[in-house]
Design a protein around this ligand. Structure first.
Ligand SMILES: [Ca+2]
Ligand SMILES: [Ca+2]
Length: 110
């Protein structure tokens, strides 16, 4: 029972992530558009996305998740577990790991 619950939860996480990746695919093609998307979601401009910003930001971008789903996804993306998604976590979550060249571009852009 417990085991199947855990695996259901895991597959739900990846389903939600796949949905968001698909819905945002046009916005994650280039680093520039990904950065713009991040800035749209970061409404208070502190360079990290909290739960509220994440939920409403995704809705604004046409990707409607429930608050619960948005919360699950934020936890998936929040790899350092500080409760926020920073740009690096956002980028890694939606595109995969940055290579060295991309990281340099990010360092210069932010
Ligand atoms: Ca913010
Ligand atoms: Ca984080």
């Amino acid at each position: 029972m417990t085991l199947s619950k855990v695996s259901n939860c895991r597959s739900r996480q990846s389903l939600v992530l796949e949905k968001v990746r698909a819905d945002l695919s046009n916005r994650t093609k280039t680093l520039r558009s990904l950065g713009a998307t991040f800035k749209i979601m970061d409404t208070n401009g502190d360079r990290k996305i909290d739960k509220q910003e994440f939920y409403w930001g995704l809705r604004d971008l046409g990707c409607s998740l429930s608050k619960k789903e948005a919360g699950i996804l934020l936890e998936v993306l929040d790899t350092n577990a500080d409760g926020f998604v920073n740009f690096e976590e956002f980028q890694v979550g939606l595109r995969g790991y940055p290579n060295a060249t991309r990281q340099e571009v990010i360092d210069r852009a932010f």
